[in-house]
Structure formats: C-alpha cells, structure tokens
Ligand binder design. Structure first.
Ligand code: KIV
Ligand code: ZN
Length: 391
C-alpha cells in the first residue's frame, strides 16, 4: 500500500519572497485558488509580520480558500505570532507556522542568543501559537547544519508545547541525499514523538539537490514536503512541486507514495505563476519547461511517431501540457516533415517530400526553428502555387 504524503505549498511565501517574485494581494488570491484546484494540502499564504500587504493577503486567502489548511509564518516572537494569528483567523483550517534557527552559526552570529534561550523561545512561542490555533507547525531553521543532540532537544520542547508538525529545513541547500536520509532516520528514531506528529522536509536548491533530498527524506519517514511551483524560492529556490509529484507518479516502483495533487492542473499553475511574476522558467525545466515534451532530433521524432513511450516517460496531457511534440529544426527527419504536412492538411505527392525536406533543411541552417508558415511557403514554392493550410 502506498503511503500518503502531504504537500505543503510555499509558493506564496518562500517563493514570493525571492527577488523579482513579489505579488499583489489579488494576484496571491488568484494563485491560491489555482493551488486549491491543484490539490495542495497546506497552503502557506505569506509571512504576515513582513508587511501589512502580506498580512492582508494571508487573511484574504484564509477567508476565500476553504479546502486546504492555510498557514501563516511567524518567527518565535510574540508580535509575529499575534499577527499570524490575526491573518489566519478566518480560515476553515488555520495553521500557525513558527520557526527559530537552531544551528550554532545562526544562534551565535545572527540571533546572538544561547542554546538555552533558543529552547526557551521555542517552548514559549509554540505554547503561545497553540492558544490561537490547534494546528501548529514548528521549523528549526538551518536544521541540517545544527548539532543533532541539541536539535532533538528543541524538537522535544516544541512537541511538548503542542506542535504537531516538525519541519527540519535544509535552509541553505547544503545537504546531500544520503546525508538527509540518515539525518531524518536518526532524528525520528531519537525523538520520542507521539503518533500524531508529522515530520516535514523543506529543501533549498543551492546545489541543485532539493528534489532528490526531498524524495530521500520521504523514504526516511517524512510525511509532509514543502515545495513550490516552478521551484521558486530564496536564492536557487525550493524543491519543485511538479518534479516531486511526478517522480512519485512515474516511479511508484521506487517511490511508493501518493499525494492529493491533481497533476492535470500543474501546467496551468506554472503558467499562471510565470504570467503574474513575469519570471519564466528555463526551456529545459523538467515537467513545465517549453522543451519538456518537445522533440527535434530525427531519430527521436521517428520513435515518437511510432510509439510515444520510446522517448517519453510520462504524458504531457497528464500534467496539463497540450501535446504538440514535433519541433522542426535542423536535426529533424523526414518522418516529422511528413507528419507536419498531415497536421497542416497537405497531401504530399511524388518527390515532394524529398524536395520539401531539402528546402526546409536549407532554411533550418539559418534559423533555430521552422514554423508552420515556413512549411506552407516551401510547399508553395515547390508547387508554384498557393497552398492553404489548416489552422
Ligand atoms: O528555509 C527555511 O529554513 C525556511 C523556514 C522559515 C521554514 O524557509
Ligand atoms: Zn525556505
């Protein structure tokens, strides 16, 4: 039996706080509805203390989006928690997500507090958060670079104070997959957590390992994963929701876990985020990049036309991408040119395919991609007539 993993989406918080990704209240609301449709379990709508607009956005999402848990972030500080409590108050399923750094580096240099002060702040603020919400998540910032004995003490305090989700972030994307796997196994084994406590992973992508680290954390016992659409987030970003979810879907033999995500809405969510932020994704980005389901090489096009499975491990339609796989360019073969003509409603006769192929390859030497208009024009020249193509 596959085990269910909860998807905690932080596109509107960790994602939105990255340079160039800020969103207005209405835009956050629009995205929140799309994330709801996508099926995320927990929607982190913002960091209410950060600005009045962020507090307002969290409150609007909490009022309007009723199915998922709506979370607001707060440092382990009274003012933060009270502001987050105000923002999530209208939610059908409210959560306060409170955090404090636990690595010695952060304690000494950033917060300038002792380990004991960190333990005290954790206990006091989780207790305070529980006065406003039954659902409290505690995060130990920079957990992966923290002393494990101390970290286990902090987790113990957070659980005793009432936290039911324990998130251990790889805040600076420093971990490797085997390390994070060992880390979660050790912590889960050492902390005597009651059965209602869920461990969560939150991995940053500074070394390009966020998705691999997240999946290894799940194998080690984590049952909530924090991720973002298109992998946006601080610096190199967070683990990409679409990559994690599709890895589980495509490889249930290796990753026997399910999520509540309706994958057919992935592309829509990705496109909406791109449009609202004005920040595109790289063309070769897994799952949602423009080339993720496109084929230009002749050998690949020939394979795809015979059986899609030759070069595709998942269907574009399953993530909501319209399937239009053949890109004509200088690496294309005749099979693709023939297919393109069929799609355009043009019947080639005699040597026309050979001539057309030659003509298109001559164009391709100068251009990156051959368009439908180029194909129509080439046929017209070959036939010495005008050719009508289907739109
Ligand atoms: O990366 C991080 O540590 C965070 C926490 C605030 C959860 O985003
Ligand atoms: Zn983060």
């Amino acid at each position: 039996m596959s085990e269910r993993v909860r998807i905690f989406d932080t596109t509107l918080r960790d994602g939105e706080q990255a340079p160039g990704f800020s969103l207005k209240v209405e835009e956050k609301l629009q995205l929140a509805h799309t994330l709801d449709e996508l099926g995320v379990d927990i929607l982190e709508a913002g960091f209410p203390i950060a600005s009045p607009a962020d507090a307002e956005a969290v409150r609007r999402v909490a009022s309007d989006v009723r199915r998922p848990v709506v979370a607001g972030l707060a440092r382990c500080r009274k003012g933060d928690i009270e502001r987050a409590a105000w923002a999530i108050e209208p939610a059908a399923h409210p959560r306060i997500h409170t955090f404090i750094a636990t690595s010695d580096l952060h304690l000494e240099k950033k917060l300038q507090i002792s380990r004991q002060q960190c333990l005290d702040a954790t206990g006091e603020n989780v207790t305070l958060a529980r006065q406003y919400a039954d659902d409290v998540e505690f995060s130990a910032e920079d957990a992966l670079r923290s002393n494990v004995d101390f970290l286990c003490q902090v987790i113990d305090v957070a659980i005793k104070a009432g936290a039911t989700t324990i998130n251990l972030p790889d805040t600076v994307g420093y971990s490797t997959p085997d390390e994070i796997g060992e880390f979660f196994r050790a912590v889960i084994q050492r902390v005597n957590a009651p059965a209602n406590v869920i461990y969560s992973a939150h991995c940053h992508d500074d070394l390009g390992l966020a998705v691999a680290n997240t999946l290894t954390a799940v194998e080690a016992g984590v049952r909530q994963i924090e991720c973002t659409i298109n992998g946006i987030g601080e610096r190199a970003g967070n683990a990409a929701l679409e990559e994690i979810v599709m890895a589980m879907r495509v490889r249930p033999d290796r990753l026997p876990f399910t999520t509540g995500i309706d994958t057919r809405h992935i592309y829509k969510a990705s496109q909406m985020l791109t449009r609202l932020t004005g920040q595109g994704v790289q063309v070769n980005k897994a799952i949602v990049g423009r080339n993720a389901f496109a084929h230009e090489a002749g050998i690949h096009q020939d394979g795809i036309l015979k059986d899609r499975r030759t070069y595709e491990i998942m269907k574009a339609e399953d993530v909501g991408v319209p399937w239009d796989p053949l890109v004509l360019g200088k690496h294309s073969g005749r099979a693709a040119v023939q297919q393109k003509c069929r799609e355009l409603g043009v019947q080639l006769i005699g040597d026309e395919l050979v001539e057309l192929y030659r003509a298109l390859m001559a164009i391709a030497d100068d251009r990156k991609v051959i368009t439908d208009a180029d194909v129509a024009e080439a046929i017209r020249l070959i036939r010495g007539e005008s050719v009508s193509v289907r739109a």
